[in-house]
Design a protein around this ligand. Structure first.
Ligand SMILES: Cc1cc2nc3c(=O)[nH]c(=O)nc-3n(C[C@H](O)[C@H](O)[C@H](O)COP(=O)(O)O)c2cc1C
Ligand code: SF4
Length: 662
C-alpha cells in the first residue's frame, strides 16, 4: 500500500525543522509554516470565534508561523463570498484576539493582503460585479473581462493597502505578506502578456514592478519597523500567458536589491487558467515538495529567506528540503489542516502518529470551492474546533462493537476508544479499509491508502481489538453482549436492471479496479457518479492500451470532483486519447453496442464496437445488519455508506459522530 507514511525513513531527527529562524530580528521557533489559506470561517467578513479556534489549534500544535488567509483590503475586490475584509477598522478587534491566541502558544502570525484583479467572478447579489485589472485582458478560468484600472484607482488601492497594514499592526500581528502570486493583481501588473498599459505602470520591467513596489513601500511606511514584510509569488505561473521562472527571478532579484521585502514565499501556478490553477493546491499524483528546486533558485538569486509550499505533507520531507538548503521555511498547510498537532508529534519523536494529508483536496479547497467553511476528510474537527475539537470521556465507559472496518467504522472505533470505551472492530474482509482499498488502486491514487494507514495507527495506539474476516450478525452480537453497536457496513455496487445486460459483456467497476474482470480492448465506461471511479478507471484501462470511451451521466467527466483534481485528471485522459461523452445515461446493452440516452434531449447516443461495458453506476447501502439487529433492543448508531452511499468525507465524519454518541 503506498500511503504517505512511505517517506524517507532515513530521516529520523528534525534538526533543521526545529531550529529557530531569525527573520530580520523576529525569531520564529521552527520552520513549519501554515501558509495563507481561505477558511470561509469569517463572520460578516470579520474574524470570529470559529476562526480563532481554528488557527489557535495549529499554533497550539506547534506550528512556527501562521500566515492568515488572503484579506480583501479594497472595495474593488470585494464580493459576496465569506472572505476576510480589512478595509475598515472593524477588523482590528478580531485580528487582535486572533494574534493574542496564536502568540499565547508561541507561534508568530502574519496577515496577508490580496486583490484578485481579473481572477474573480466577483459575485454580488447574484450578479457579477465589475472586475478591475491592469488592462482589459480576460482570464481563462473565471471568464472575466476586466476593466482597465485608471491610475487614480491604482493609487487608491495602494493607499488602502497601507491603511490595512496599519490595522494589522494595531492588532499586534508580527508581519505582512502581500500577494503577488497565483496570477492575482500584482502578478498581473508584473506580467507583460496581461499588463498592456502604456503609462508608468506598463511596458518596461521597471514600470511593471511599479505598482508592487509602491504597495510595498506604502505598507512599510504604515507599519512599525519591527514588523516583517514579505511577498508571496509563484516561482512560475504554468500558464501560456503566465509569468515564467526567468521573469520571476528577475523581479525577485530586483526586490531584494531594493531591500523592498524581508522574505519571499514561493508557490506555483496561477488562477488565470485551469492548468495553472492545479498548482494553487496541488492534488495527489503531483510529487511531494515539487516546488522546492524552484524555491532554491530564488533563494540563490536573492539571498533572502525563502519559504516554499506544495505537497510537503510530512516532517521528514520538510527536513530534507531544509537540509538541502532549498528553503528557509516549509509551508505545510494541508498537513496542518489534517493534523494540527503535526509539529508537536514530530518534535516528540512520534512522526508515525501524524495523520498525514493525502492531498485529496476534498474538504479543504473542495469546501472552499463549494462555498463552505474549511474541513478535512481525515480530520472532521478541522474548521469545527469549537464543536468537535475536544472529545469528552464517556459518562459510563462500556463495550462498543463496531461492524465494518471501512473509514466510517475505523473512525467510529477510534473515537469511541478515545472516550474510554472498550472497542471491538469487526471487518468481514481480510483487511481494514473498505472502499478506500479500492480507491488507492486507481492510477496516481496510492496515497489515498494513507487514510487507512493513518486510522490503523490510531487504532493500534488506542488498543482497539480488530477482528478480520468477521462479519457481524445477531449471534456475534449476543455473544459479545456490547453496550452499543455502531453499524458501518458500507455499500456494494448498484447494478440496476439494464436491458440486454445478460447478453452483453458488462462488468462492474469494482471488479475492473481489482483486475478481477476479463476486459476487452474496446471499452465503454458508463459513469453515473461522475467522480474518481469513472476517471480513474478510464486512465487505468487506457494506460493498459485499451480504447476507452467514458460516457458520463453529467456535464463532463469528474463533475463531482474538486476542480484541481478533476482538471489534473482531465489532462491525463486527454493525453491518453480517452473519448469523453457527456450527458449520457445508460439504458441498454447488446453484444457489441452500448445504448445511452442524451440526458436532456432524450435522443439516443449509440456506442458501437464495444467489447466490454464497465458499469460504474454508483452503490447501494448494505442494510442487512441494521434489519437483523432492529428488534434486539440494542443501542445502535449508523454511519457512512450503509446509511447512504457518498464519500469518505461523510463516512469519517459520521463515524466520528457515532463514536461520540455511544
Ligand atoms: C482551502 C485553501 C485555501 C487557500 N487560500 C489561499 C490564500 O488565501 N492565500 C494563499 O496564498 N494561498 C492559499 N491557498 C494555497 C496554500 O497557501 C498553499 O499554497 C497550498 O495549500 C499548497 O500547500 P500545501 O501542499 O502545504 O497544502 C489555499 C489553500 C487551501 C487548501
Ligand atoms: S481534505 Fe484531503 S487534501 Fe485537504 S487537508 Fe484533508 S487530507 Fe489533505
Amino acid at each position: 500500500m503506498g500511503g504517505p507514511k512511505n517517506v524517507n525513513s532515513a530521516v529520523t531527527s528534525f534538526k533543521h525543522l526545529f531550529s529557530p529562524l531569525d527573520l530580520r530580528g523576529l525569531e520564529i521557533r521552527n520552520r513549519i509554516l501554515s501558509t495563507g489559506h481561505q477558511t470561509y470561517l469569517a463572520q460578516g467578513g470579520l474574524v470570529g470565534d470559529d476562526f480563532i479556534a481554528y488557527h489557535e489549534a495549529r499554533a497550539r500544535g506547534g506550528a512556527g508561523l501562521i500566515v492568515v488567509e488572503a484579506a480583501r483590503f479594497h472595495e474593488s475586490t470585494l464580493s459576496d463570498s465569506p472572505e476576510i475584509v480589512v478595509s475598515s477598522d472593524d477588523c482590528i478587534p478580531g485580528y487582535r484576539r486572533l494574534a493574542a491566541a496564536v502568540h499565547r502558544h508561541g507561534a508568530r502570525i502574519f496577515g496577508q493582503l490580496s486583490h484578485s484583479g481579473r481572477c474573480t467572478r466577483r459575485s454580488q447579489a447574484g450578479m457579477r460585479g465589475v472586475a478591475y485589472a491592469p488592462s482589459a485582458v480576460p482570464d481563462n478560468r473565471f471568464h472575466t473581462m476586466p476593466r482597465e484600472m485608471p491610475a487614480d484607482l491604482i493609487a487608491e488601492i495602494i493607499e488602502a493597502g497601507g491603511r490595512a497594514a496599519a490595522r494589522f499592526a494595531e492588532a499586534g500581528l508580527d508581519g505582512i505578506e502581500v500577494l503577488a502570486s497565483h496570477g492575482l493583481l500584482f502578478s498581473q501588473f508584473l506580467n507583460p502578456a496581461v499588463n498592456r498599459r502604456t503609462d508608468r505602470y506598463g511596458g518596461s520591467r521597471e514600470n511593471r514592478m511599479r505598482a508592487l513596489l509602491e504597495m510595498l513601500a506604502t505598507v512599510r511606511r504604515s507599519i512599525p519597523g519591527r514588523m516583517i514584510l514579505g511577498i508571496r509569488i509563484s516561482a512560475e505561473e504554468v500558464e501560456s500567458d503566465g509569468l515564467d521562472a526567468d521573469e520571476i527571478e528577475a523581479v525577485c532579484r530586483e526586490l531584494a536589491r531594493l531591500k523592498a521585502i524581508d522574505y519571499v514565499n514561493t508557490t506555483l501556478g496561477s488562477m488565470s487558467g485551469l492548468g495553472g490553477s492545479i498548482h494553487v493546491v496541488p492534488p495527489m499524483g503531483i510529487d511531494h515538495a515539487y516546488v522546492a528546486p524552484k524555491a532554491a533558485r530564488l533563494r540563490q538569486a536573492t539571498g533572502l529567506p525563502v519559504f516554499v509550499a506544495g505537497r510537503i505533507n510530512q516532517p521528514q520531507i520538510a527536513e530534507q528540503v531544509l537540509a538541502a538548503g532549498q528553503a528557509d521555511m516549509c509551508g505545510m498547510t494541508r498537513a496542518l489542516i489534517s493534523d494540527p498537532e503535526m509539529a508537536n508529534k514530530a518534535r516528540a519523536g512520534r512522526p508515525q502518529d501524524i495523520r498525514a494529508c493525502i492531498a485529496c483536496n476534498q474538504a479543504c479547497i473542495g469546501h472552499y470551492h463549494a462555498g463552505y467553511s474549511i474541513s478535512c476528510i481525515q480530520n472532521p474537527a478541522a474548521g469545527r474546533e469549537l464543536l468537535l475539537g475536544s472529545t469528552a470521556p464517556a459518562a459510563r465507559p462500556g463495550r462498543v462493537l463496531v461492524a465494518g472496518g471501512g473509514p466510517a467504522g475505523m473512525k467510529a472505533a477510534v473515537t469511541a476508544a478515545e472516550r474510554g470505551h472498550k472497542v471491538v472492530l469487526c471487518e468481514a474482509a481480510s483487511r481494514l479499509g473498505g472502499q478506500a482499498l479500492l480507491a488507492q488502486m486507481l492510477p496516481g491514487r496510492a496515497e489515498f491508502g494513507g487514510l487507512i494507514t493513518n486510522l490503523e495507527q490510531e487504532l493500534a495506539n488506542l488498543g482497539v481489538e480488530i477482528r478480520l474476516q468477521t462479519a457481524v450478525d445477531h449471534r456475534l452480537v449476543e455473544a459479545l453482549a456490547p453496550d452499543a453497536v455502531i453499524i458501518a457496513t458500507g455499500a456494494r455496487p448498484y447494478l440496476p436492471e439494464i436491458e440486454g445486460r445478460e447478453s452483453a459483456h458488462a462488468v462492474d467497476a469494482w471488479a475492473a479496479i481489482r483486475d478481477e474482470a476479463n476486459i476487452g480492448s474496446r471499452v465503454v465506461i458508463a459513469d453515473w457518479r461522475c467522480d474518481w471511479i469513472g476517471m480513474g478507471l478510464a486512465e487505468k484501462l487506457a494506460l493498459a492500451g485499451r480504447h476507452v470511451r467514458l460516457a458520463v451521466n453529467g456535464l463532463h467527466a469528474g463533475q463531482n470532483l474538486q476542480m484541481y483534481l478533476r482538471d489534473h485528471w482531465a489532462a491525463k485522459l486527454h493525453r491518453l486519447g480517452v473519448e469523453v461523452i457527456p450527458y449520457a445515461r445508460l439504458y441498454g446493452l447488446d453484444e457489441g453496442t452500448a445504448y445511452f440516452m442524451h440526458s436532456v434531449s432524450g435522443e439516443a447516443i449509440v456506442c458501437e464496437h464495444v467489447d466490454t461495458t464497465v458499469l460504474a453506476l454508483g452503490h447501494e447501502p448494505q442494510t442487512a445488519l441494521e434489519s437483523e439487529l432492529r428488534d434486539m433492543g440494542l443501542r445502535t448508531e449508523i454511519a457512512g455508506d450503509c446509511l447512504s452511499p457518498r464519500s469518505a468525507e461523510e463516512a469519517v465524519y459520521e463515524g466520528m459522530l457515532a463514536g461520540r454518541m455511544v
